[in-house]
Design a protein around this ligand. Structure first.
Ligand code: NAD
Length: 264
């Protein structure tokens, strides 16, 4: 019979090393904080112009910031060597870095769309670059967890009624990159399972960020829980679930954290 481990203990990541890309942005610090709360050591990878958030609480684990661009595999290799020296082999990868280009810049039908290409490079190829680089450690350990941060808009087309009063429509590209990322999840879940490496998508719905009041009203009225997500409290729990042994038999799936948006 397999040894029973009490359920709360299965959520703990004591002694594990996690990489979080884009950890200095809006949501990233809250993903980082959740991993620190359950005792993981965390390596943030973010662009050189960013700084490590000062609000994070360490709880006796380590937090290091590595400046780099996930679209550059050579930089990732160098960072990987540094993480191995400073924190040890990687157990958890959170592919959180992502970009969404404003509709005014990208258009919908324009012929020359360099901004759109950048979105594919970061949101999809950048995530795959990180998977390629960091699975080596997980393969050696025959264990690992990868979480791709998707979006509600990877499964649902943006509702143009939320945006008409703002005089723009959301382009299709962002959601298309997030839909592609879900396929990346399914693909690698099947290819990496033999090393006991799990990979799942966590798809937040709209997160409150002092947006336009009418937008918040329109969006919230479409949500069974009647509110947007709170980055401080709504996302860390689902992330720790997917990162930890609490989800040991979960792979290839998409955890929707959207207040019930997709239930209606
Ligand atoms: N905020 C939301 O409402 C929301 C909703 C659903 C999904 N998401 C997803 O959550 C993730 C985080 O969103 P956010 O709101 O914190 O975005 P954000 O723009 O505030 O932060 C993104 C972070 O990624 C970093 N980054 C961008 N390109 C990079 C690159 N090439 N290499 C390394 N780092 C890079 C940025 O410097 C930044 O720190 C994204 O993947 C986003 O698509 C956000």
């Amino acid at each position: 019979m397999k040894k029973y481990i009490p359920v709360l203990d299965r959520f703990l990541l004591r002694g594990k090393t996690a990489v979080v890309t884009g950890g200095c942005g809006n949501l990233g610090p809250w993903f980082v904080q959740a991993l620190l709360d359950v005792k993981a050591h965390v390596a943030i990878i973010d662009l050189p112009k960013r700084t490590i958030p000062s609000t994070l609480t360490l709880h006796s684990s380590s937090l290091l910031f590595y400046k780099g661009n996930i679209t550059n595999p050579r930089q990732l290799k160098t960072i990987h060597k540094k993480i191995l020296n400073e924190l040890g082999p990687i157990d958890i990868l959170v592919n959180n870095a992502g970009i969404d280009i404003p509709p005014q810049k990208i258009g919908i039908y324009m012929e020359n769309r360099p901004h759109a290409k950048k979105m594919w490079d970061v949101n999809v190829s950048g995530a795959v670059n990180c998977i390629n680089e960091f699975i080596a450690d997980m393969k050696k350990k025959k264990k690992g967890s990868i979480i791709n941060i998707g979006s509600l808009y990877g499964e649902r087309s943006p509702n143009e009624r939320f945006y008409t009063h703002l005089q723009f429509d959301k382009p299709w590209d962002y959601g298309a990159t997030k839909a592609a990322l879900m396929q990346v999840t399914r693909y690698f879940a099947t290819r990496l399972a033999k090393w006991n490496i799990r990979i799942n998508t966590l798809s937040p719905g709209g997160v409150f960020n002092n947006q336009d009041k009418t937008f918040i009203q329109k969006y919230s009225s479409r949500i069974p829980l009647s509110r947007m997500a709170q980055k401080e409290t709504d996302l860390g729990g689902p992330l720790v679930f997917l990162a930890s042994d609490a989800s040991a038999y979960v792979t290839g799936t998409n955890l929707q954290v959207n207040g019930g948006f997709t239930a209606w």
